[in-house]
Design a protein around this ligand. Structure first.
Ligand SMILES: [Zn+2]
Length: 662
């Protein structure tokens, strides 16, 4: 699912700014500001905020354990819904298979806000209790033997909870009433008795909704029939694909409808059925065409669209975003990125569903990344901006793992920064590590795994497929990037002498849970008329690399294609000494709070010294230096992060040294 209120990318690129630093420099000192992509994008802060708000209260029964004594097989849901009235009346017939001996009681997740009128079993009304913990306990009058298929029907009605966090919404569009549902993750019980566990999908499902005849009902699967009766119409939807309770949805209003068709890789034509507000019909018809390429693209990258025997579809709703109801996404509008995100969920989230909320990134990280892949494929001009926006959001705080470490918190589960963006970027880094063909083959194998297809997956199942397909051990990668927290910052000092280039690459980590991120790093060496990129395998801090570059380097750029989550990187050209008679060293470098300047020869030769930032602005200037001390200590605690230069003005000339403040 995804909330977005603004989806257009506006990228502003700052041109490299080559600044000549100081006068009197014999060798020209050039500082380059790395081109920084900054863009106004959808409001990332609001994604988690809104999703959390939507999910508050839906996580209360996270671990009710309801239904652990039976295997759910089938639901037949019969509802009467008039969007003009906030009310639901219905009956749910559930087929189940007992998996324990002595079975004489069963439970569903179900709100006490709605009233159960009766429960029928083999034609008889049986006893039940609606517990305050939102558990409907049903007493079966006799023991059902283990491995027996049986059924019950629950009749109920009432006004579903209708606060800000409701799963059953009633509102209007253009003055016309609409009711839609949005249950993820645990709101299904607020409008129907079900089993919300993430281990037992409903094997097949009928949805039969009767509503005033001016309405259409959007839902899962294929539309078997619409039957007029008096002033009412009954929509009958059916799916034969296994489905999780939170992916069941209905949307009821005076929709206009039309279909697009997609040719799949297996030669089948897939219907994309659109239910849109009449007032938005023309806009929707032009914008929704994008879904054809999106489905074709996903279908070619991974496996065939998982529900190809039924349909894909969109039903418009007012919630500010989208929800990937299986085979029929509900969405606010037909924005490309929103359609791409929700459609990707049909493979990642619906076909293979996260097996626990700890693994939510298997839904949201994938949907976010596949949306990104459509940017790369169809909007290459905004692909860099997309990546930079993700990195900026991920690195806006020093900690946080992709692994969801607090599943009692809706805020944490639906963290846009971690479950969505960092999850997506971890996939991007894996794709680079494995290469396109092995990466996408791994995903195919994961989606085709008979234990996972139409079922649930933990992260370890994905890791196993990535390792088995690529033949690589990925434990180090996943320890650093998935289980642990934070990101690296790179500090590069380079020097060119003739064609010989040396680089010293330091790495610091934003969080103590990772001691070092072992990563291949890409460095772009830029000259006046040509440039070249070299990949170095960075395995320890202060590692020194050498290369041969046969043109004068004017600028060095780290990770030009944004292949790594990193921030706060610095690049410094190592300065040659101008004067040999008073060598100087500075340490520690990089520095934090205190910088030491050690004069290696005669301190009496120093006139004064000053510190400038990388724009040439003086940050500190000493008085005329009259001391004889060789070690000068300067507090740098008030300095902001960046690269600085010490200029020593000597009686015999000048001397420069650079240092980096972290
Ligand atoms: Zn999503």
């Amino acid at each position: 699912m995804l909330f977005r209120n603004q989806l257009s990318y506006v990228s502003m690129w700052f041109k490299p700014n080559l600044t000549s630093l100081l006068l009197f420099i014999i060798s020209i000192l050039c500082l380059s500001k790395i081109a920084k992509a900054q863009q106004s994008v959808f409001s990332v802060d609001e994604i988690p905020a809104m999703e959390q708000k939507a999910h508050e209260g839906k996580t209360k029964s996270l671990s009710s354990g309801v239904g652990s004594n039976y295997d759910l097989k089938y639901h037949r849901c019969v509802w009467e819904i008039d969007p003009a009235v906030s009310f639901i009346k219905g009956n749910i017939t559930s087929y189940f298979k007992t998996i324990i001996n002595g079975f004489n009681q069963m439970e569903f997740d179900f709100t006490t806000t709605l009233t159960v009128d009766s429960i029928m079993y083999h034609g008889n009304s049986i006893s039940f209790t609606q517990q305050s913990s939102d558990v409907l306990q049903i007493n079966i009058p006799s023991i059902i033997p283990i491995n027996t298929l049986d059924s019950v029907t629950v009749f109920y009605q009432g006004i579903p909870p209708n606060d800000d966090t409701a799963s059953f919404y009633r509102t209007t569009h253009n003055g016309t009433p609409i009711i839609w549902t949005l249950s993820e993750p645990f709101g299904a019980k607020d409008w129907w008795p079900c089993k919300q566990s993430l281990t037992d999908k409903i094997d097949s499902l009928d949805i039969i909704v009767t509503t005033p005849q001016q309405n259409k009902v959007g839902s899962n699967g294929i539309l078997l029939s619409t039957i007029l009766s008096g002033n009412n119409i009954t929509y009958h939807w059916k799916t034969k694909y296994a489905i999780a309770a939170y992916l069941v949805g209905i949307a009821v209003t005076n929709y206009s409808s039309y279909s697009d068709f997609v040719l799949l890789q297996n030669g089948d034509s897939l219907e994309v059925l659109n239910y849109v507000y009449p007032e938005n019909l023309a806009t929707a018809q032009s914008q929704s065409q994008d879904i054809i390429n999106i489905i074709k693209f996903y279908d070619s990258l991974t496996i065939e669209y998982p529900f190809s025997k039924e349909k894909y579809g969109h039903a418009q709703f007012n919630w500010s975003g989208g929800m990937e109801h299986q085979t029929m996404t509900f969405l606010n509008n037909f924005n490309h990125a929103l359609m791409a995100h929700e459609c990707a969920h049909q493979w990642f989230g619906d076909h293979v569903t996260c097996a626990s909320w700890q693994d939510i990134w298997l839904n949201e990280g994938f949907a976010t990344y596949f949306e990104g892949l459509t940017e790369e494929r169809y909007f290459p001009n905004t692909w860099m901006a997309w990546k930079q926006q993700k990195i900026t959001n991920i690195t806006s705080l020093p900690g946080g793992s992709v692994l969801c470490d607090d599943t009692t918190s809706a805020k944490r589960i639906f963290s846009g920064r971690l479950s969505y963006d960092k999850g997506a970027y971890v996939l991007h880094m894996l794709r680079r590590k494995l290469g396109d063909s092995l990466f996408f083959l791994s995903l195919k194998n994961y989606l085709n795994d008979s234990l996972l297809a139409g079922n649930y997956a933990h992260t370890i199942a994905l890791i196993n497929h990535l390792e088995a397909t690529s033949g690589q051990s990925l434990s180090g990668f996943f320890n650093d990037w998935y289980y642990s927290q934070g990101y690296p910052s790179y500090h590069i000092v380079w020097n060119q002498s003739g064609s010989a280039v040396t680089l010293t690459v330091d790495q610091t980590q934003s969080h103590s849970s990772v001691s070092f991120f072992e990563m291949p790093i890409e460095i772009l060496f830029i000259g006046q008329t040509k440039d070249t990129t070299i990949i170095f395998d960075h395995t320890y801090s202060a590692q020194i690399f050498s290369a041969t570059i046969n043109f004068p380097i004017t600028r060095v750029k780290f990770d030009p294609e944004l292949r790594i989550i990193s921030a706060g990187n610095t690049i410094t050209e190592k300065q040659e000494y101008i004067s040999d008679d008073n060598q100087v060293t500075v340490y520690p470098n990089p520095t934090k709070d205190v910088l030491n300047i050690l004069l290696l020869n005669n301190a009496n030769t120093v006139e004064y010294f000053e510190i400038t930032d990388d724009s040439g602005k003086t940050i500190f200037k000493s008085d005329t230096y009259s001391g004889t001390q060789k070690l000068i200590t300067i507090s740098t605690s008030s300095f902001s992060k960046g690269t600085y230069f010490i200029k020593l003005v000597l009686k015999s000339g000048m001397n420069f040294k650079s240092f980096v403040k972290l």
